[in-house]
Design a protein around this ligand. Structure first.
Ligand code: SAM
Length: 213
């Protein structure tokens, strides 16, 4: 994702700490208390500008959503959306997903979404892919037993790699589509990248995988 430096981002984030949570490690094991209820927690890793997470939160008020994004200059757009939507069941974290186990207790998360993750096509960058086995370890730790990952991408190479990575890890493939927008899947909420690539006529790949005991 290309982004410009936004000098106002830091202040805006600090002013909106209800939505973009500072020091998320302090809430490890206590996210239910922060939300004020014990509803399931779904996280999106690499949330970008936040269309998916805020629209999901509006559509599913009984689920708590947490968007995780590495770059301040990107998450600030998601934050603007959350502030405008003015809904209590979405929070944003400006952190690297490598820190997931410092932020969530074992089994604290009910579902993981990965949407249009950076493909990192060069072999030497494999470890940066959010479907690399080290990330699958992190998701497994924070997820409930038999928790699921829902993954969408326009990138065929990343999709093939990820299916192999999920399979080698022993994840159960529950659903797969090689053309989501021409499938019978209902209730799809588009991300920014999905809008962009599908408008260019590219098929969208999607799968749901589940951890086994
Ligand atoms: N999910 C959005 C969408 O579908 O429109 C954004 C997709 S964009 C290609 C991928 C996003 O993942 C970028 O904003 C990037 O900064 C973020 N990202 C990549 N690696 C990350 C990591 N380790 N932790 C948190 N965010 C990450």
């Amino acid at each position: 994702m290309r982004f410009r430096n936004k000098p106002w981002a830091k202040d805006y984030i600090a002013e909106n700490a209800f939505y973009c949570i500072p020091n998320p490690e302090e809430h490890k094991g206590k996210w239910a208390a922060l939300f004020g209820n014990s509803n399931p927690i779904h996280i999106e890793v690499g949330t970008g500008k936040g269309t998916f997470i805020t629209e999901m939160a509006k559509a599913n008020p009984d689920i708590n959503y947490i968007g995780i994004e590495l770059f301040e200059s990107v998450i600030v757009k998601a934050l603007e959306r959350a502030v405008t939507a003015d809904i209590p069941n979405v929070k944003l974290l400006n952190v690297d997903a490598k820190k997931l186990t410092e932020i969530f207790e074992k089994g604290e998360v009910n579902q993981v979404y990965l949407n249009f993750s950076d493909p990192w096509p060069k072999g030497r960058h494999e470890k940066r892919r959010l479907t690399y086995k080290d990330f699958l370890d992190l998701y497994k730790t924070v997820l409930v037993e038999q928790g699921e990952i829902h993954f969408k991408t326009d990138n065929r190479g990343l999709f093939e790699y990820s299916l192999m990575s999920f399979s080698s890890y022993g994840l159960l493939l529950k659903y797969v589509s090689l053309d989501l927008h021409n499938s019978d899947y209902e209730g799809n909420i588009m991300t920014e990248y999905e809008e962009k690539f599908s408008s260019l006529g590219q098929p969208i790949y999607r799968c749901e995988v589940k951890y086994q005991d």
